[in-house]
Design a protein around this ligand. Structure first.
Ligand SMILES: Cc1cc2nc3c(=O)[nH]c(=O)nc-3n(C[C@H](O)[C@H](O)[C@H](O)COP(=O)(O)OP(=O)(O)OC[C@H]3O[C@@H](n4cnc5c(N)ncnc54)[C@H](O)[C@@H]3O)c2cc1C
Ligand code: SF4
Length: 487
């Protein structure tokens, strides 16, 4: 702990944000970096407390507290304060393969468990992490070196989302020849075609891809494994296969009048089309264009929020976000003490932007869609209804129905498991939750030599968990190939 009184002297200061009214004019990242001086003070706020919950990833009341990667947070905060950035970055990279992703999109589980946060504001762990990796790139400290020794083993990674990238990076560093197969035209999974550009600029992914290619990792994009590439050939060609195909089967909405009605789409399809348009890969199909439309989004969470930010940038006439759950409290409830994950209202960038543009919070809680109303096959309105619980069962509240104008209905109601093609092609055992079955705490599947990681094994989760899973799966693959592991 460099500065013993740091947490008393300096207030929390986050990275700056471009004001909402300004940033909605485009899709550029809206966070800008605080000065180096600010960053040193923010590092100094870390107390290096004896029990750093921030890096623990322990389970409390059924929820994980602290960083799933066990990032060595107090160590590198201290090094930031002392101005030892390259050392701090080396310590960060020891546990986190891609801080440029987590530093932008992680909900910072660490900060919710920071001891400073018990009575005051937590340390800006995520911003500090982002500062270090960006300094690394800026100063040429990030290098794509090939491993010193080749193992002679070949591994195929299927899927290039954060879990696939983490597995590929870890396996290559151990000297294995790694090929990553990706169905889409670009790598990154939901980092590329889920999370919008204003939150994660897509050049950040290309920059990492370049490094990984320099390390010797081969990316084959536009390849749908199970269809274009046969599983029997993969098994013959590679010593091990790691499946990181995500869990992108969306949860459908069942409301009267939906069948055959135009104007109702899954949020991820919409977000993907929007990003492809921003990147000039293909123009936005008219059906996804929210300009001058009344938009309703079903489902909160990151996906719903990203849809709000995107339709506002497109110039929608109005946006409403329906959320089935009741509105959470602003402050922690007495039965949800620190350092548990705070079950409080989370107001994200899209909510703030909607407030700025339309003068009110777009969220309507305890409400869902009961009926879709259409004219000539096109959606024009929806009928909403309040929901409540009766003897533990979700029920509609009689007489609470309301009509809302709606030209575009986006479904962001979560995901129900892995897509079928890969599990069926590999003949994998699955869990009742629709994800790949592996023994407790392991990544090996029911098929020898085939491993699974990320959302495909864990279910829809977070980027930081995908990185943790990809790294842990790679260690298991390493042991399978070599008879031992180094991590
Ligand atoms: C809209 C949205 C916003 C989100 N925002 C956040 C956020 O802000 N912060 C956060 O921490 N998490 C966020 N998440 C969750 C996070 O993105 C995921 O948990 C994470 O990307 C999972 O990583 P993954 O590698 O397991 O899978 P994915 O990222 O889904 O990647 C799977 C990859 O496998 C490929 N694939 C599938 N089948 C095949 C096949 N047959 N052949 C070849 N390739 C195949 C897919 O094309 C895809 O590229 C968000 C999710 C969504 C949907
Ligand atoms: S990866 Fe996420 S939880 Fe871990 S230290 Fe970084 S911001 Fe915190």
């Amino acid at each position: 702990m460099g500065k013993q009184t740091g947490f008393l002297e300096y207030a929390r200061k986050e990275n700056n944000e471009i004001p909402a009214k300004e940033r909605i004019k485009g899709y550029k990242e809206f966070h800008t970096f605080a000065s180096e001086e600010v960053r040193r003070c923010q590092g100094a706020r870390c107390m290096n407390c004896g029990v750093p919950f921030c890096q623990s990833a322990m389970s409390l009341s059924g929820m994980v507290v602290g960083c799933p990667l066990h990032n060595l947070i107090p160590e590198w905060n201290d090094a930031i304060y002392r101005g030892e950035d390259s050392h701090a970055l080396a310590r960060l990279l020891k546990t986190n393969r891609f801080p440029e992703f987590t530093g932008r999109v992680c909900p910072a589980l660490c900060e919710k468990a920071c001891i400073c946060g018990q009575y005051d504001d937590p340390v800006t762990v995520r911003d500090n992490e982002l500062y270090l990796i960006e300094e690394g790139y800026k100063n040429g400290w990030m290098k794509g070196d090939a491993p010193i020794k080749e193992s002679g083993k070949k591994v195929a990674v299927i899927g290039s989302g954060p879990s696939g990238l983490a597995a590929a990076d870890a396996l290559r560093r151990r000297g294995h020849a790694v090929t990553v197969y990706e169905r889409d035209d670009r790598i990154g999974g939901l980092l590329m075609y889920g999370i919008p550009n204003m939150k994660l600029d897509k050049s950040v992914i290309s920059r990492r891809q370049k490094l990984m290619e320099e390390m010797g990792i081969v990316f084959k994009t536009g390849v749908n494994v199970g269809e274009k590439v046969k599983v029997s050939n993969l098994k013959k060609e590679y010593d091990a296969v790691v499946l990181c195909c995500g869990a992108k089967q969306p949860r459908a909405l069942t409301a009267e009048g939906m069948e055959g009605c135009e104007g109702i789409y899954f949020a991820v399809d919409f977000l993907k089309a929007a990003t492809r348009n921003v990147l000039d890969i293909e123009s936005l199909p008219a059906k996804f264009d929210a300009k001058d439309k009344h938009v309703v989004i079903v489902g909160g969470g990151d996906t719903g929020n990203d849809c709000i930010g995107t339709v506002i940038r497109m110039g929608c006439k109005s946006v409403t976000a329906l959320e089935m759950m009741p509105k959470p409290p602003v402050e922690r409830a007495a039965n949800n003490p620190w350092p548990e994950w705070p079950k409080t209202l989370r107001t994200d960038y899209g909510h703030v932007e909607a407030q700025e543009v339309f003068g009110e919070d777009p969220r309507v809680f305890k409400t869902t869609v009961k009926k879709v109303i259409s004219k000539k096959g096109k959606i024009t309105e929806i009928e909403t209804v309040e929901v409540g619980f009766d003897k533990g069962k979700l029920v509609n509240v009689k007489g609470s129905e309301k009509k809302i104008k709606c030209d575009l209905l986006l479904i962001a109601a979560g995901f129900i498991g892995a897509e079928k093609l890969v599990p069926e092609s590999f003949k994998l055992d699955m869990t009742p939750r629709g994800v790949v079955a592996t023994p407790e705490g392991k990544y090996s599947t029911s098929v020898p030599g085939v491993f699974a990681a990320g959302d495909m094994r864990r279910g829809q989760s977070l980027v930081v968990w995908a990185l943790a899973e990809g790294t842990a799966a790679a260690a298991e693959v390493d042991e399978y190939l070599m008879g031992y592991r180094n991590a």
